[in-house]
Design a protein around this ligand. Structure first.
Ligand code: SAH
Length: 414
């Protein structure tokens, strides 16, 4: 922690302001002292969740800078034809050139600077979205918090990459922290950063990180929480709320690459992860195997559809998905705990209805949007559950986003 950036939240109330805050627009709270950012988020969660439960104090960061371990930087040209790199201005495709960003891991812009300085000698041009000319569109940098390994993804508008070996050599000589480089081709007119086609140019094509003592594989496209320091605290809280003793059957819905379920599995009888994204499910299976976790199964399905069918399964209809049969279904659903971590839109009424029919003693709701959390908690409260705990976590300092863990348990256990 350097002197001027060190933030002991209680001692140093100053927040270093970002020079690009107005032009970039991503970090709407970055100009506020960190204490005030936390206060704002606390009040926001209180206003939505306070009627269900006393909201715990928000868990902030010791050092709320450079926490993002996944960084996307766009390349372009200025009017004079010089290479520029930076972030798109919020809601546009205009590049805000910036050599620094206060929330990204610092190595990302250093790598971008190196690439920008190498480009002229390699006659490499930034991609022009309007004319479909040039080469480099974006870079994506992902960093392992645990091992400090770095992945660099070079996203180009064409698959023709002249002198690629020499380019890779030049970059890795200057950045020995880079352990793998991937060439991703995105020739579509799209706001998606990554295209489908990929080639590993250097290293093994993925990096690994450790969270809650488990190892997770991160490939260019896999979902992985962007703030590992806070994620560890968030997962610990979620698993503490699940109150596992080793006897429980647990559902980890919207499980991504299986992180929460894999961490929880040591303390549960069995875990079933449900996830819609195929690539995430295959990463989840690899993660379970690499950690030697045998009591977890994953199904690739829409969480609502699966949960609704699961309800049917408990009513005696033969389950039609392999994962379902792996759970021991008794007279009731056999599910003791449902952990759910849906995207910002929250869950669906049908999903929540299926949960109440399934009747687990505890529901642990991990949310990245307090508005949809409050809506879904209202449903569960109307259908036999009571909110017992609600803990906000500051996963995204500088921005207005806030993550929350909410524990609900049955009002009268059956
Ligand atoms: N629990 C994970 C992932 C949370 S992000 C973690 O902490 O890393 C939310 C996840 O929900 C994403 O992986 C997304 O692909 C998945 N998802 C979105 N809609 C879904 C749906 N309808 N059914 C199942 N999974 C869904």
């Amino acid at each position: 922690m350097s002197e001027n950036r060190g933030v002991k939240t209680t001692e140093n109330k100053a927040y270093m302001s970002c020079k690009n805050a107005a032009s970039c627009g991503s970090c709407t709270l970055i100009s506020l002292p960190y204490e005030q950012q936390l206060k704002k988020k606390q009040e926001y969660v209180n206003s939505l969740m306070g009627k269900y439960v006393r909201v715990s104090p928000i868990v902030g960061m010791e050092n709320p800078y450079h926490y993002r371990n996944k960084v996307h930087i766009t390349f372009g040209s200025d009017k004079k034809g010089n290479v520029i790199y930076g972030t798109y201005k919020e809601g546009t495709h205009t590049i805000v050139p910036a050599k620094e960003c206060l929330i990204e891991c610092e190595c990302a812009r250093q790598i971008a600077a190196t690439i920008a300085s190498l480009m002229p000698s390699f006659k490499m041009k930034p991609y022009d979205e309007d004319r479909h000319t040039g080469f480099l569109r974006h870079i994506l940098v992902r960093k392992s918090h645990f091992s400090s390994e770095v992945m660099l993804v070079l996203v180009a508008g064409t698959n023709v990459f002249p002198s690629k070996k020499n380019f890779v050599k030049a970059v890795t000589e200057r950045h020995p922290e880079i352990s793998t480089i991937i060439f991703n081709i995105n020739d579509k007119n799209t706001s998606m950063v990554l295209g489908e086609r990929e080639e590993v140019l250097y290293g093994k094509g993925y990096i690994e990180d450790v969270l809650c003592k488990k190892t997770f594989r991160i490939s260019s496209k896999s979902f992985y929480q962007v703030n590992p320091v806070q994620t560890e605290k968030l997962y610990q809280k979620a698993i503490e709320c699940a109150a596992l003793t080793g006897k429980e059957t647990v559902i980890d819905a919207y499980c991504g690459t299986g992180t929460i379920g894999i961490v929880a599995a040591d303390k549960a009888k069995s875990v079933l992860g449900i996830e819609l994204n195929k690539a995430a499910v295959s990463d989840a299976r690899i993660n379970a195997k690499n950690n030697n976790v045998k009591n977890i199964t994953f199904v690739c399905d829409d969480a609502t559809k699966y949960m609704t069918r699961f309800k049917a399964a408990t009513a005696g209809i033969k389950p039609d998905t392999a994962g379902m049969t792996k759970l021991k279904l008794n007279d009731k659903s056999g599910v003791d705990v449902v952990i759910m971590d849906p995207p910002r839109a929250g869950s669906t009424k049908e999903f929540l209805k299926a949960v109440t029919k399934m009747s687990p003693s505890r529901v642990v709701y991990v949310s990245c949007n307090p508005e949809t959390l409050a809506r879904d908690v209202q449903y569960l409260v109307n259908h036999g559950y009571k909110a017992q705990q609600c803990v906000p976590f500051d996963m995204f300092p500088g921005t207005e986003h806030v993550e929350t863990v909410c524990l609900l348990s049955q009002k009268t256990p059956i």
